[in-house]
Design a protein around this ligand. Structure first.
Ligand code: NAP
Length: 475
């Protein structure tokens, strides 16, 4: 179940949000500590879904600053008015509420805004020993493994339990908790309306992550990288899983420590995408590396077959397929701008297709190093105007935020050729806009992205991804 918290500071705004929440939530939390001029009766009457009444103290990141007696009397009033659920903290005089619960169900809660403490099992036992109807245990994830501790509690609890981790590293618990049996997960009504750090909009939980549809026994996929918050792969892959009616889910994992992640999570994942900065370092954790990925020296896709991890690189097919829709590569003069991971992958693909390759880079030594490995020409970005190019491929980050108005080379020399920009944060970078004006055939990095994601989908599921569907999802 998805619970939305109503956190507005006045009754009119609270009622307006309640009406919106009625359409998307399964259950609504009235954070009465937030609302000035409180009229609980009016709020309960306006809710078309079951309500939880919560009156959080300032010390627990709430807003209530009055006497404890007054705080509890508001909760008792909510019980008298027929609130479906009332939340009371474990370090309060909770029995006063439990013993007076009438037809309401009582949620006994523990929150920790700093960490997931070592003694979490003791805290669970204490919550469990009360006569409350539901246990709520919400901690802060300082590392990804903290999510697993909470999931273990959800799995072992015999009483209904709400278990979650807060903070950016706790995001995965907000998606997985209900699938593992948490009574509910909290979501925001919209972006900017979070009642706790790390909350995901309800719409995203329901329609992208499909938390109501995913069943136990699901296959877990994801992307690992840092930073990962802006990654959009979760939209593409979850939409493909939905389209194919697969009991699979794809999450974002912000990974600081690759070794710890591989130790704690790799056995749980059926497969994962790898993005910067882990594409090269991941190789040492993988048993089998596909020969193409080995040649590139980077893996962007991992599949777990009964504990045996195999690494692939689909960036290569992503770029080559996107170019081949427009032209053959054989015997063409291909210039790659940049000498990083994407340049390496595309260089291997271009040479396999017998293109004549030149690598130009800001740091010329890096271009030279790559050129020795691949036996091709190299130079600085300024050399572009001196060489013949039929196909130009940008793999530098110029054109991406914050340099969206920049181009890696002077575009007056980019004329009547084919231009692919690997950047996929927007459809047409400045380079592509200028190239189009100069009569070039342009290829968006989105096409490369779609093709590499389709390659991952095929590796994980054995199925061909619907490219047009993916294009529409991204657009
Ligand atoms: P990377 O390994 O960090 O390489 C970055 C490259 O950009 C280096 O050659 C670097 O030159 C150059 N660069 C950075 N800032 C620059 C500046 N201010 N002026 C000139 N050159 C600059 O990154 P990567 O993994 O290769 O990724 C590169 C781009 O490809 C990113 O935009 C990424 O999103 C995109 N990409 C797209 C796809 C897709 O599916 N569409 C897949 C993979 C990557 P120096 O060597 O001089 O630092």
């Amino acid at each position: 179940m998805i619970c939305i918290s109503i956190i507005f500071s006045n009754m009119d705004a609270a009622i307006a949000d309640l009406k919106k929440a009625n359409n998307i939530a399964d259950i609504i939390e009235l954070r009465v500590d937030y609302i000035f001029g409180l009229d609980i009766k009016k709020l309960i009457e306006a809710a078309e879904k079951p309500v939880i009444v919560t009156n959080r103290r300032k010390a627990d990141n709430g807003k209530f600053e009055g006497a404890e007696e007054e705080r509890l009397s508001i909760l008792k009033k909510a019980i008298d008015l027929g609130a479906d659920y009332v939340d009371i903290e474990i370090d309060s005089n909770y029995n006063e509420i439990i013993n007076d619960k009438k037809n309401s169900k009582i949620i006994i809660s523990y929150h920790n805004f700093d960490e997931t403490p070592e003694n979490i099992n003791e805290i669970f036992d204490k919550l469990n020993s009360t006569n409350a109807d539901i246990i709520k245990i919400v901690t802060t994830a300082n590392k990804l493994a903290d999510n697993l501790k909470i999931i273990e509690l959800i799995k072992k609890s015999e009483k209904p339990i709400i278990g979650l981790c807060m903070g950016p590293l706790g995001e995965i618990s907000r998606i997985l908790s209900t699938i593992y049996g948490s009574f509910l997960t909290f979501a925001s009504l919209d972006k900017g309306k979070e009642s706790a750090p790390g909350q995901i909009p309800a719409e995203t939980l329901r329609n992208i992550y499909r938390i109501d549809e995913i069943k136990p026994g699901f296959k877990l996929y994801g992307v690992i990288g840092k930073p990962i918050s802006k990654s959009k792969g979760y939209i593409v892959h979850n939409s493909l899983f939905k389209k194919e009616k697969l009991n699979n889910i794809y999450l974002k994992f912000e990974v600081n420590d690759l070794e710890k992640f591989m130790k704690n999570f790799s056995s749980l994942l059926a497969g994962f995408s790898v993005t910067m900065p882990h594409k090269e370092n991941i190789l040492k954790f993988i048993g089998v590396i596909d020969p193409v990925a080995k040649k590139i020296g980077a893996v962007n896709t991992v599949v777990n077959n009964n504990g045996k991890l195999t690494g692939y690189n689909t960036d290569i097919i992503g770029a080559i397929k996107a170019i081949e829709v427009k032209t053959e590569i054989k015997d063409k003069n291909v210039t790659i701008l940049g000498a990083g991971g994407a340049a390496r992958a595309i260089a291997v693909g271009v040479l396999e297709k017998q293109g004549k390759l030149t690598i130009l880079n800001r740091t010329v030594e890096k271009a030279e190093k790559l050129s020795k490995e691949f036996n091709c020409n190299f130079g600085s970005l300024q050399d572009f105007e001196k060489i013949k190019t039929d196909i130009l491929i940008n793999t530098t980050s110029i054109g991406m935020h914050p340099e969206i108005n920049g181009t890696p080379i002077n575009t007056k020399f980019v004329k009547n050729i084919i231009v692919l920009d690997a950047i996929y944060s927007q459809e047409k970078t400045k380079l592509l806009q200028e190239a189009e004006k100069n009569n070039c055939t342009i290829i968006s990095g989105i096409e490369m992205y779609i093709n590499q994601a389709a390659g991952q989908f095929k590796i994980w599921t054995g199925k061909e991804a619907d490219i047009n569907f993916m294009r529409n999802i991204i657009k």
